[in-house]
Ligand binder design. Structure first.
Ligand SMILES: CC(C)(COP(=O)(O)OP(=O)(O)OC[C@H]1O[C@@H](n2cnc3c(N)ncnc32)[C@H](O)[C@@H]1OP(=O)(O)O)[C@@H](O)C(=O)NCCC(=O)NCCS
Length: 185
């Protein structure tokens, strides 16, 4: 399958390379970044996560891509598209997701990458609707969903303790093609 490489003003969304993982985990496997994602991962969980990211690419042609900053080549985290596979959730729906190292927050990188991912979902990967999943406590993530024009979808919420064992409900936002086109202007 062809290598994926997509550029925005400041970022590159691209396929993972073997030498990305160490930098990715060093930046993102921290208590702050993983707070609403079930906590810091041990090596077994890291391996399993890597395998999943590579399998999404093989199975669907897209994944939560490596997010590289053009200016210095740093791996800021990931952003992209997968098919929802969260137990109890709306399995198979196109899902956007993001995870950035803490020193890259608050600079609009996540939004820039998420906009590119939604454009790609509708223009290149044939989605009619894109969902995003988070938990009530993760205001940084649902704040981004709202800034992208996504709508809260309580009808799709589901019980799952992977992200927040203290409040084991995953909440869902979504946006359809028409709304995205209006939001993009
Ligand atoms: C969720 C997450 C990706 C959001 O990142 P973020 O940097 O807050 O999101 P954005 O890219 O939209 O940046 C928005 C902020 O950047 C500011 N900003 C600065 N320069 C900007 C620019 N050029 N363009 C846009 N926004 C800019 C905005 O004003 C805004 O600040 P505010 O939150 O104080 O209002 C990040 O918090 C994260 O990685 N969290 C940990 C992992 C995680 O929980 N992932 C989601 C799991 S569901």
């Amino acid at each position: 399958m062809a290598d994926f490489h997509h550029e925005t003003a400041r970022l590159i969304l691209r396929d993972w390379r073997e030498d990305d993982w160490e930098e990715f985990w060093a930046g993102t496997n921290t208590p702050a970044v993983m707070r609403w994602l079930g906590g810091v991962c041990d090596s077994e969980k890291r391996e399993a996560a890597q395998d999943r990211l590579l399998s999404y690419k093989r199975d669907h042609g897209h994944t939560f891509w490596a997010l590289e900053r053009k200016q210095d080549g740093a791996i800021l985290g990931f952003c992209g598209l997968k098919r929802c596979n969260q137990e109890g959730g709306p399995i198979g729906m196109m899902e956007a997701g993001w995870r950035l190292r803490e020193d890259a927050w608050g600079q609009g990188y996540a939004k820039e990458a998420a906009i590119a991912s939604l454009d790609l979902a509708f223009d290149r990967f044939g989605a009619d609707e894109v969902i995003a999943l988070t938990v009530e406590g993760n205001a940084g993530s649902w704040g981004l969903m709202r800034r992208l024009g996504m709508q809260r979808r309580e009808d799709l919420d589901f019980e799952n303790s992977d992200f927040d064992p203290g409040n084991p409900v995953i909440i869902v936002y979504s946006i359809g093609r028409d709304s995205w086109e209006r939001h993009r202007g």
